[in-house]
Design a protein around this ligand. Structure first.
Ligand code: MLT
Length: 247
């Protein structure tokens, strides 16, 4: 089986996702936010391409059922209910709600994936839950692609370190083939280990978020397994994989 990492979404060819389990990693912050929202009882998260589409899709719902969410240049979008700070997605705010969300890199990366077998949202906060699904894929020799959202087409340290944590956690087997980015992601992960705060401190987006006053988001995003959910994207929406939708 293949276990490949892609440091940016633009490196991925359609053939590299077809039939695979695909993990989307945008640790700061879209993946973390989606896992937090579903972990806190949101009904569903609908990722869309931009703010205008959030507005147009919102007309399909009663206003009380939905939250308009997302960021532009890290900040909440004017007129929306909520930005992209994971800890704003508390149970009191999100329980039972449909969340329409747009973000700069995370949602775009997700929407670009073609013909995958399953697409799940991965981060540190739901690490072990997604890893369990990956292990099932590995045991049935299903190919896996881990796609880092990156930043406007560029490499990001935090997504690559998180990808490496997933790769490293899959026991080595002679029949598992990895690409060079997977090997490199493991080297990055080994350098930082559990010091995720250091990854964020040394990453450009982590520094930008801290300077913009979103330092608490970094703390939330570093809490491994704080939201043990598997967010799965199907029929243009993300819901929590549960026993009724087990793979
Ligand atoms: C994104 O999707 O680009 C991000 O999650 C940006 C952010 O909210 O910091």
């Amino acid at each position: 089986m293949r276990l490949d990492v892609f440091f940016t979404p633009n490196q991925v060819k359609p053939v590299e996702t077809a039939g695979r389990l695909v993990l989307i990693v945008d640790v700061l912050r879209a993946s973390t936010t989606v896992a937090t929202a579903l972990g806190n009882g949101a009904k569903t998260v609908i990722p869309v391409e931009g703010a205008d589409e959030v507005i147009s899709r919102s007309k399909e719902f009663a206003r009380s059922q939905i939250l308009l969410a997302g960021e532009q240049k890290m900040h909440p979008i004017a007129g929306f209910d909520i930005g992209n700070s994971p800890q704003s997605f508390t149970a009191a705010v999100v329980e039972g709600k449909t969340i329409l969300i747009t973000t700069t890199n995370g949602t775009r990366t997700l929407l670009g994936v073609q013909n995958a077998r399953d697409i799940v949202i991965a981060s540190y906060v739901n690490f072990s839950a997604v890893l369990a699904l990956m292990k099932v894929a590995a045991s049935s020799s299903t190919d896996v692609a881990i796609i880092c959202a990156g930043e406007e087409g560029s490499f990001t340290l935090e997504d690559s370190a998180c990808a490496g944590r997933y790769v490293r956690a899959i026991p080595k087997r002679a029949d598992i083939q990895t690409n060079d980015a997977a090997a490199a992601s493991v080297l990055i992960e080994k350098k930082y280990g559990d010091n995720i705060a250091k990854v964020f401190k040394e990453s450009a987006h982590g520094q930008a978020l801290a300077s913009a006053g979103f330092g608490d988001d970094l703390t939330a995003a570093a809490q491994v397994d704080s939201y043990p959910v598997v967010p799965i994207y199907q029929d243009r929406q993300i819901t929590k994989l549960g026993p009724e939708r087990a793979r």
